[in-house]
Design a protein around this ligand. Structure first.
Ligand SMILES: NC(=O)c1ccc[n+]([C@@H]2O[C@H](COP(=O)([O-])OP(=O)(O)OC[C@H]3O[C@@H](n4cnc5c(N)ncnc54)[C@H](O)[C@@H]3O)[C@@H](O)[C@H]2O)c1
Length: 274
């Protein structure tokens, strides 16, 4: 039987922004269903989250007063997504919010350019599509409306010059999410299901604290020209925290933003206007 508390389904929940969303929403009275791959993807140049990271998310959500069901799984897999949804419905009986947050990047010089392109499109675009395919019917079944947030990026609003296949794929996928969002927002508006994209600038997370990223940042700080050196915020802050993004998203999925749909929301310290 469905509980009174709203339920959020969050992908990439084991660390970074996904964990921050889970903890913030738990403190706002939500229960959480989370999925994370907890394994590396060979074409990437940094590690994904671990099972220990996922366990930390569970502890932090519970400490914030929420209940949580987590599954290890890949957003590219319908089976994994369905398993997570089934576990969540079994425990909580409803889903109200989807935060399609899982994503990967590669900004260092390419390995296999084509494989890098395919993996990033598969996770960041097709993975989001498959997540929606599995979770949206459960939101619709509730008949209470709902809110879907697709985590795009500042790269989804503005392409910065690069010859790296990873960065090109990332920009293409994140921009693709805007089109997906607009079509879904139109299609499901009549059911009061809101669909929006968020566009964070650089956020301190597992994706950006790797050795490779630190090297790129050091090069940029020395005035060298690389993918990072072309990315700058207008406000005098170089990197945001996952909680900065989660605070805005908690508002976006709340009733205070009840009539906000079809929006590309920059959470970017002014990156888009620079
Ligand atoms: N960090 C930034 O600077 C930044 C900026 C803009 C947008 N984003 C986007 O924010 C989202 C969250 O990233 P983050 O910054 O928290 O980085 P992160 O690497 O810390 O978190 C991403 C999470 O997704 C998981 N994941 C990766 N591939 C997966 C898959 N196939 N299936 C399931 N889970 C998978 C990882 O294990 C990890 O826990 C991503 O979509 C990213 O593209 C990040």
């Amino acid at each position: 039987m469905a509980t009174d508390r709203k339920v959020a389904f969050i992908t990439g929940v084991a660390r970074g922004q996904g964990r921050a969303h889970a903890v913030k929403l738990a403190s706002a009275g939500f229960d959480v269903v989370g999925l994370d791959i907890c394994a590396d993807i060979p074409t990437m140049d940094y590690s994904n989250a671990t099972p220990d990271d996922l366990a930390t998310t569970v502890k932090e959500v519970e400490a914030a007063g929420g209940r949580i069901v987590v599954e290890v799984g890949d957003v590219r897999s319908y089976d994994d997504l369905r398993r997570a949804l089934a576990a969540g419905l079994d425990r909580f009986g409803r889903v109200d919010v989807l935060i399609a947050n899982a994503g990967i990047i590669r900004l260092s010089p390419d390995g296999d350019r084509d494989r890098t392109w395919v993996d990033i499109i598969d996770v960041n675009l097709t993975g989001v599509w498959r997540t929606i395919e599995v979770v949206l019917p459960a939101i619709r079944a509730g008949g209470r409306g709902g809110s879907i947030v697709l985590t795009s990026s500042s790269a989804g609003l503005k392409g910065t010059g690069t010859d790296k296949a990873g960065a090109l794929a990332y920009t293409a996928a994140k921009r693709g999410l805007v089109g997906l969002m607009q079509s879904l927002a139109n299609e499901y508006a009549a059911e009061m299901i809101r669909v929006n994209t968020i566009h964070p600038t650089g956020v301190a997370s597992g994706m950006t604290t790797s050795a490779v990223m630190e090297q790129l940042m050091a090069e940029a700080a020395r005035g060298e020209n690389n993918t990072i050196s072309r990315m700058q915020n207008a406000l005098p802050i170089s990197v945001l925290q996952p909680e900065d993004i989660a605070n805005a998203v908690a508002w976006l999925v709340s009733d205070e933003a009840a009539y906000l749909t079809g929006v590309q929301l920059p959470l970017d310290a002014g990156f888009a206007i620079r």
